[in-house]
Design a protein around this ligand. Sequence first.
Ligand code: IPE
Ligand code: IPE
Ligand code: MG
Length: 248
Amino acid sequence: MASPAGDAVASRSAGGAVVPRHVAIIMDGNGRWAKKRLLPRIAGHRQGAEALRKTLRAAGEMGIEALTLYAFSSENWRRPVTEIADLMGLLRHYLRREIDEIHANGIRLHVIGDYRRLDSDIVALIDEARARTAGNSGMHFVIALNYGAQDEIVRAARALAEEARSGTLDPASIDASAIEARLDTHCLPPLDLLIRTSGEARLSNFLLWQAAYAELLFVDTLWPDFDGAALAKAVAAFGARERRYGGL
Ligand code: IPE
Ligand code: IPE
Ligand code: MG
């Protein structure tokens, strides 16, 4: 990811509206959506997968270059094993069912986070989907799985330390771009807009480095109710913000 102050000019669509290049969403509120309807939590996660489909389609139509969605955090292992199994089952189902369409739409699938710790069949599905869509030239669709921003930064620090120890890197040359080059998001445009649904106003260990100059938007909508119209509203709110990057 390029440095925020450098290459961070959000693109403009043909109509003149400002379109963020890279949008990230903390998809929160599935459990509360289900609870309100006296349904099991899995029903909220299922409806959340529908919201994801709608949002992905709308992001492509709006000309957003990269959409990053927080699907499972490195802290979500603290949930009951039954809920983790339900979430992994849904992920499996999603990867099996949706990759053909994702590929047909020219989308490039990426995963950020330490996803190799997931079940081996899921790792295989992810690797297959990444390889299959790598040559596409459309939108970047990024799923954060077993992702924690602190873990991502720790892994980048470890990579730098190993390069320094082996003599291929001079510690004095380490700067922000050296760190960015070793983050999971290194091939993506700078983060412009970070949305969290469900009324919570915290980052829950998501994209801490990348959010340095992103616009933050907290909306009350529960994730299963999110859709293209909700995304359009968020993008319009982004367009009305003034970004200063420390200047005047
Ligand atoms: C977000 O919804 C989905 C994941 C974290 C996987 P939650 O499951 O956190 O829903 P709430 O916050 O309990 O409503
Ligand atoms: C953040 O939501 C993680 C995802 C959306 C995947 P959580 O529901 O896990 O966050 P906390 O626990 O409320 O901070
Ligand atoms: Mg939650």
